[in-house]
Design a protein around this ligand. Structure first.
Ligand code: FES
Ligand code: FES
Length: 159
């Protein structure tokens, strides 16, 4: 029988307290424990970025993080990006630029792209490419992804 412990953290702006098995990953907690299926399981080894979330404002691969290490921290998943049921500008830009095909990599890709732009609103295309290196996409060939991110950067610069 697995040992459980109490865990409290903030998830997409709301406090959450629950019992978790000590060996559970943050990804399993989000997907299986909290039914937030936007964060994807693909490689499970930190190689693909499909499971990217933000913890205390920094992106991490949730497949490599233990759920118990979320104690007291601020977590944002792709579900937390939307406001008032409207797509976040980064999500909308991916749609507008045809950057989404099968969509499997997209939550992680969008979380990472959003983090990069928050960190550096003047991101260059080269910096985008480097910053998204850990996010694997089997479908798009990446150029439409970069166009989508560049459009968000451009819109911020004009605002
Ligand atoms: S599922 Fe976490 S990096 Fe691939
Ligand atoms: S859109 Fe299919 S893996 Fe990226």
């Amino acid at each position: 029988m697995s040992v459980k412990t109490e865990l409290t953290f903030t998830l997409n702006g709301r406090p959450v307290t629950l019992e978790v098995p000590v060996e559970m990953t943050a990804l399993a907690l989000l997907r299986d424990g909290l039914d937030l299926k936007g964060t994807k399981y693909a490689c499970g080894e930190g190689e693909c970025g499909a499971c990217t979330i933000e913890v205390d404002g920094v992106t991490v691969n949730s497949c490599l993080m233990m759920a118990v290490d979320l104690q007291g921290r601020e977590v944002m998943t792709i579900e937390g990006l939307q406001t008032n049921n409207a797509l976040h500008p980064m999500q909308q830009s991916f749609v507008d630029h045809g950057a989404v095909q099968c969509g499997f990599c997209m939550p992680g890709m969008i979380m990472q792209a959003n983090y990069l732009v928050k960190k550096n609103p003047d991101l260059t295309r080269e910096e985008m490419t480097r910053g998204l290196e850990g996010n694997v996409c089997r479908c798009t060939g990446y150029s439409k992804v970069l166009d989508a991110v560049a459009a968000v950067v451009g819109a911020k610069q004009e605002a």
